[in-house]
Design a protein around this ligand. Structure first.
Ligand code: ADE
Length: 277
């Protein structure tokens, strides 16, 4: 069953968005939604090959009548010069930046006692400092004068994040940064918000955690009020008639039918209570 946006077609025609981490998982779902609504989307991440492939795939779905466009721009958000170059290249090519989605980030699973300084710094630099660089540059280079919207993707870390303390600390810091910026930049017409999802399953996330992936995802299911994992498409309110009816199942006796997509064979496997995982 084809999914459709709950928003008005053309809502974001002629708008320009940057989505960091836009080639995979949550960022890819957000980018696809923005594109469907007519937005021009610059997707960014460190891995050029994966980014180019994602852009090619997304471009195929843009109808010829739409002003939407997708451009991959590799950028390591830990590096301030690369972030500044990303923002200036977008302004040069498209002349505006209406939306910034700070979704690029990452972490690895480890008991805190085994997190080395290098790993700690890498996670803080990517999730916190990278977000700061992106916010600061998009504000000074464009939004301070023209307004805009920044959305920071964080995580459900409100009661700590055992097993991934580095990312819990970084995401909590981004939550606080979001609040400071929302107040500092409100008078420039810039809205800054954060979204903190529970565990969202994607193929890339599964691969990131390597052999621990199935265990990590499965372990989180009982902690979810809905007793299931989320999928990236839900992040943008995509409603799949078939799956929504199962999501609304009051006693949760049946597992959600995953929306169609590349990640979903593995998800079906993981969500199946009879799975051997
Ligand atoms: N996604 C994960 N790490 C990243 C980084 N350093 N830069 C951009 N996107 C990322």
């Amino acid at each position: 069953m084809a999914a459709s946006s709950v928003f008005r077609p053309g809502l974001f025609n002629h708008k320009v968005a940057i989505v960091t981490g836009g080639g995979t998982g949550i960022g890819k779902a957000i980018s696809a939604e923005l594109l469907e609504l007519g937005c021009t989307v610059v997707i960014s991440s460190r891995k050029a090959d994966r980014l180019n492939a994602a852009a090619q795939e997304m471009r195929k779905k843009i109808p010829s009548s739409s002003p939407a466009d997708v451009t991959p721009v590799p950028c390591n958000i830990r590096n301030q010069e690369e972030v500044n170059a990303l923002i200036s290249s977008v302004l040069k090519k498209y002349g505006r930046i209406d939306y910034l989605v700070n979704n690029g980030g990452g972490q690895f699973s480890s008991p805190t006692e085994h997190i080395a300084s290098k790993g700690w710094k890498a996670v803080i630099d990517t999730n916190l400092t990278g977000t700061f660089y992106c916010c600061k540059e998009v504000y000074t280079a464009w939004m301070k004068q023209h307004g805009g919207v920044i959305v920071n993707i964080i995580a459900d870390m409100w009661k700590g994040f055992p097993g991934m303390a580095h990312t819990g600390a970084a995401r909590a810091a981004v939550d606080n940064l979001t609040k400071s910026l929302a107040i500092e930049w409100a008078s420039s017409g810039v809205r800054v918000n954060a979204v903190a999802p529970g565990t969202i399953f994607s193929k890339t996330a599964m691969e990131n955690y390597k052999e621990l992936g199935p265990h990590l995802f499965k372990r989180s299911i009982p902690f979810s009020p809905a007793k299931r994992l989320g999928v990236p498409e839900e992040f943008v309110f995509r409603c799949h008639t078939e799956s929504c009816s199962v999501f609304l199942c009051p006693d949760h006796t049946s597992w959600p039918k995953a929306p169609p997509g590349e990640n979903l064979d593995a998800l079906e496997e993981l969500l199946n209570p009879r799975s051997k995982l």
